[in-house]
Design a protein around this ligand. Structure first.
Ligand SMILES: [Fe+2]
Length: 503
């Protein structure tokens, strides 16, 4: 830009020959119009021009695009002008009259500077974006972690089968999730003066952790229970109470508005303190535990109800055929003795109890003239009576809860060699508890008086059982049965006074 046309013409010709694309203007306003519509890499401007002078122009260019370098060409650069222009993106001065070769060197220099400047801006933007991305990533990782913790808390309480399991799970989770050194669950009741410790978990086999758990003041637990609110104790408040406790928090377990107990987590001194988030998770744990306990109470009731309903069937059979009812009770007792001796768990013994009492429940579907026939059965009748295994399994199967009990009922007439019914299963394919029940079932049948035969002698019974070892019965179970029999643990029982029936 220059108001002297001759200067513009000479410069345009010189630079066009050298391969530059040159735009010229005689004042700032014209120049600004060009700049708005064209991509310009570098500007040279005179200071004194009509309409808009070079300094005003430099200011406007700077606002339009601060990466465009502006070079001022002036006869006498005053200090005042120099300072003003330097603030507005002016990168250099050329003294008039300008040597065109110097001007070209100047172009090359400012363009190089511009490239670096733009690169720098891009790099800065990239760095900012990267930092933002990293921040987002951190936030996301934290959110995923929080979600996982919440899921874990929810899932941990789904599969529990007793309230004791709920308390044990609570204290273990409190230690693991809040990185506590010890966690305790106390029951609280208005009739009891002091909180009662029912479960405790320590993070390590460290005597200090045990001391820590023992020095948590009962008043703290009682207070949290009384307030019905989760609470973190401040270190200042703890100091006079115990030198062993560094950080302490607790959350009440409330069922239908009543405090049932308090979950407490503690840390040794000199570890970082519990935070609000730890307390939040602790309270989530106690509320999930409360649901679990409530559900268990309901479930235990439902389970009890179901069992009594089903057992009513057994008593109904008893009314028709008292042999079956008594037989079921005796078989269950003997089967549980064998199972106990074979190292079965409490849970398996429970299953055997239900399955044993109900194993002949399917007889409810067999007509009286067959079920109660006081003579040997014909082949067709025998086929009908065999269906009691599948009928019984179907009745119990409808409940949908007793899968393993159902297995006992369906398979208690299978034989170890595969020649039994209803499915002809053999060996290990027959459910273990059904194999146990089979031995007890056959033993009881042989040892009972029936309308069509007297009960067998002891020698005869033991002989039949021994002979069935590995063919009708699982050999290991027979061994245990015989051992218990010889020790007198299983004894010949009194015969059933009203023995009828054919199985
Ligand atoms: Fe049976």
């Amino acid at each position: 830009m220059d108001d002297e046309e001759s200067i513009l013409e000479v410069a345009k010709e010189f630079f066009t020959i050298r391969g530059y694309k040159v735009f010229t203007a005689q004042n700032g306003e014209q120049a600004y119009e060009i700049l708005k519509s064209t991509r310009i890499d570098c500007c040279f401007t005179d200071i004194n021009m009509p309409v808009m002078n070079g300094i005003e122009l430099a200011e406007k260019i700077n606002r339009l695009d601060n990466t465009i370098p502006v070079v001022i060409m002036t006869g006498f650069p005053s200090l005042e002008n120099t300072l003003k222009t330097l603030k507005n993106g002016v990168v250099d001065f050329l003294i008039k009259p300008v040597n065109l070769n110097h001007m070209e060197l100047c172009i090359q220099r400012v363009l190089q500077q511009r490239r670096l400047f733009v690169e720098n801006i891009l790099l800065k933007e990239e760095a900012e974006q990267k930092a933002r991305l990293e921040e987002l990533n951190r936030e996301l990782t934290q959110k995923v972690k929080d979600l996982k913790t919440m899921n874990r808390i929810t899932n941990e309480f789904l599969m529990l089968t007793s309230s004791t399991d709920v308390f044990d799970r609570l204290v273990r989770m409190a230690v693991e999730i809040s990185k506590a050194d010890a966690a305790m669950f106390h029951l609280i009741h208005e009739m009891i003066d002091q909180p009662v410790l029912v479960s405790r978990f320590l993070c390590a086999d460290d005597p200090a952790a045990l001391v820590l758990s023992q020095t948590v003041p009962p008043e703290f637990v009682k207070d949290v229970g009384g307030e019905k609110m989760p609470f973190i104790a401040s270190p200042d408040a703890l100091n006079p109470i115990s030198e062993h406790v560094g950080s302490l928090m607790a959350s009440p377990l409330t069922i239908r508005g009543r405090v049932f107990g308090v979950l407490t987590a503690a840390k040794m001194p000199e570890k970082y303190e519990f935070e609000e988030k730890d307390l939040f998770y602790l309270s989530v744990m106690t509320s999930h535990a409360a649901y679990a306990i409530e559900n268990l109470a309901l479930y235990e009731n439902i389970y009890q109800n179901l069992f009594s309903t089903i057992y009513a069937f057994v008593r109904a059979i008893g009314a028709r055929d008292s042999y079956t009812e008594h037989h079921c009770n005796r078989v269950t007792r003997v089967a549980r003795m064998i199972a106990e001796h074979m190292g079965c768990s409490e849970e398996e013994l429970d299953i055997l109890y239900t399955g044993g009492l109900l194993h002949d429940i399917g007889k409810i579907g067999i007509r009286d003239e067959i079920l109660l026939k006081p003579a040997r059965l014909t082949e067709e009748e025998y086929e009908i009576i065999k269906t009691h295994t599948t009928i019984g399994a179907n009745i119990v199967g409808q409940i949908g809860l007793w899968e393993r009990e159902q297995g006992i009922i369906r398979h208690h007439h299978e034989r170890y060699d595969g020649k039994g019914y209803p499915d002809g299963l053999s060996g290990e394919a027959i459910p273990y508890l059904a194999r146990v029940l089979t031995v007890a079932d056959v033993y009881d049948a042989l040892a009972s008086d029936r309308t069509y035969r007297r009960r067998m002698s002891e020698e005869k019974i033991l002989q039949i059982i021994r002979e069935g070892r590995g063919t009708q019965f699982d050999p290991q179970i027979v061994d245990v049965f015989l051992e218990l029999y010889q020790k007198g643990i299983i004894q010949q029982h009194d015969s059933c006074p009203c023995a009828t029936g054919n199985l």
